[in-house]
Ligand binder design. Structure first.
Ligand SMILES: [Zn+2]
Length: 79
């Protein structure tokens, strides 16, 4: 599959923004979900679903992205 065909001429006279571009939906174009890679939906952009958004949020809350989880003091209290 070759999308970049060297023999295919570019569009030097590509028209600027026209009224036709407004035909596009106001939502942002779909992009792969950062969590699972599936196509995202506008409802939970940029994730594919609310579940994936929660998973990503949970990563932040659990500190997977920043501060590592330290062991609780309750365990050392057993000494
Ligand atoms: Zn996902």
């Amino acid at each position: 599959m070759s999308t970049d065909d060297p023999q295919h001429p570019s569009h030097p006279q590509k028209p600027a923004f026209t009224a036709e571009t407004v035909d596009f939906p106001p939502t942002r174009p779909a992009r792969p979900c950062p969590n699972c890679g599936k196509m995202s939906v506008a409802a939970s952009y940029p994730f594919c679903s609310k579940r994936c958004r929660m998973v990503d949020l949970n990563r932040w809350l659990t500190g997977a992205y920043a501060i590592p989880v330290v062991e609780s003091d309750e365990e050392s209290d057993d000494l």
